[in-house]
Design a protein around this ligand. Structure first.
Ligand code: C2E
Ligand code: SIN
Ligand code: SIN
Ligand code: FE
Ligand code: FE
Length: 358
């Protein structure tokens, strides 16, 4: 029977660990830990649990805020940990917090983790009855996995934050050079996300497209100022030079292994290709153009038409919508134009929210 219990316990841990290793937000992560831990401890059917209450908090050592709470702690979300827990909790934590650790006393269970960048997370459960040896060992194994998952999540967040920052700083460089407003890339980012979701890409992929789309014109960094900011039509030679911004941007990003920058490379290269052909730089047609390119083409043009540029004034909305209808199946993929018009309100809401001049 002991072997059988052990086996069930370990199965439960494997199941629980798989859940906590899924990519997710910190809030869902800590919520998941509480859930899994509680169900882990309910394994022993003999055990009687009164009302189990739990909370998870995050912050730096002296300033921890409660992220999630159940039972007695349900109303405590957003409050300071100090104000909610009695004074003996931090001695419990001190005992367990040499690096990563958890504390198991009879009654409350407290587990806390410190990430490399000093962010602390804490899970605290009360109302557990005395734990059996098996329970103790299972919780111990589970807590080690939680520590690893927590560390992974922070490393992953750090990589994503780095990518976001690189994208943002490159976008700033283009903005400064071309005297475009920062809101242009924000709008293009939101339009691209809406189109990606409408196209049926997953939330994750839509987020990547959103984060990468501000890079579409990053190659403009390499275009001479006299051309980039010329207050009128370009000569044929200047136009040839201007068109190189697509490949310049691609070359800048293409060797990155980071997903957001890879997506940015594709978007930089293909945002001026056209569904029916005659785009640049490669005169691709239809589905040979990456879907990110097809999406960002519409997002960019919709926004560029509605904006003042050094060479043109912004257009009225009606004139813009007429052109987009006209270009359905020519410049733009029909399906993407259809998504745009079926969700027009959402696009206009973004346009209103990020106006150039307020
Ligand atoms: P952009 O200003 O960001 O414009 C992006 C795209 O929006 C353009 O790509 C074009 O497809 C569309 N667009 C913008 N304004 C108009 C317009 O008045 N009429 C129409 N029909 N479409 C418009 P495109 O044409 O490949 O141009 C790429 C970039 O080249 C532009 O980015 C802009 O930086 C530059 N550019 C294009 N034409 C001129 C020009 O006459 N003078 C100057 N100085 N730059 C130009
Ligand atoms: C950002 O644009 O940097 C935030 C994106 C998000 O996580 O929604
Ligand atoms: C911004 O935050 O200004 C746009 C860049 C991004 O979405 O990361
Ligand atoms: Fe462009
Ligand atoms: Fe643009």
């Amino acid at each position: 029977m002991t072997i059988e219990d052990n086996k069930r316990g370990l199965e439960k841990i494997i199941e629980a660990s798989a859940t906590i290793f899924e990519p997710q937000s910190m809030k869902r992560f800590v919520g998941g830990i509480m859930e899994q831990l509680t169900s882990l401890l309910y394994l022993d059917e003999e055990a009687v649990f009164c009302q189990t209450s739990g909370l998870a908090a995050e912050g730096s050592h002296n300033d921890m805020k409660i992220l999630v709470g159940t039972g007695d702690f349900e109303g405590s979300v957003g409050q300071n940990l100090e104000d909610v827990l009695s004074s003996d909790w931090d001695t419990d934590i001190e005992k367990g917090s040499n690096g990563h650790g958890h504390v198991l006393t009879e009654g409350p269970y407290t587990s806390n983790f410190v990430s490399a960048n000093g962010i602390e997370s804490l899970v605290h459960l009360t109302g557990l009855s005395e734990l059996s040896d098996l329970d103790q060992r299972l919780v111990d194994i589970f807590s080690k996995n939680v520590g690893i998952a927590f560390e992974n999540m922070y490393l992953k967040n750090d990589i994503e934050d780095t990518q976001r920052e690189v994208v943002y700083r490159l976008g700033e460089a283009v903005k400064t050079r071309s005297k475009e407003t920062g809101n242009h890339v924000k709008r293009v980012a939101e339009y691209s996300r809406l189109l990606a979701l409408g196209y049926g890409l997953s939330e994750e992929e839509a987020e990547i497209v959103k984060l990468a789309s501000p890079l579409h014109d990053v190659g403009k960094i390499g275009i001479p100022d006299a051309i980039l900011n010329k207050p009128g039509p370009l000569t044929p030679d200047e136009w040839v030079s201007m068109q190189t911004h697509a490949t310049l941007g691609y070359d800048l990003l293409k060797n990155s292994q980071r997903p957001i920058l890879q997506a940015g490379a594709i978007i930089a290269l293909e945002h001026h290709e056209k569904w029916a052909g005659n785009g640049y730089p490669h005169n691709k047609v239809g589905e040979d153009i990456h879907v990110y390119g097809r999406i960002s083409a519409l997002a960019d043009v919709f926004d560029a038409l509605g904006s003042d540029r050094c060479y043109k004034k912004s257009w009225d909305l009606d004139r813009i919508l007429d052109l987009l209808r006209e270009e359905r199946g020519k410049h733009f993929e029909p399906r993407i134009i259809d998504i745009f018009f079926s969700e027009l309100d959402a696009f206009l809401a973004v346009r209103d929210a990020y106006q150039d001049r307020v």
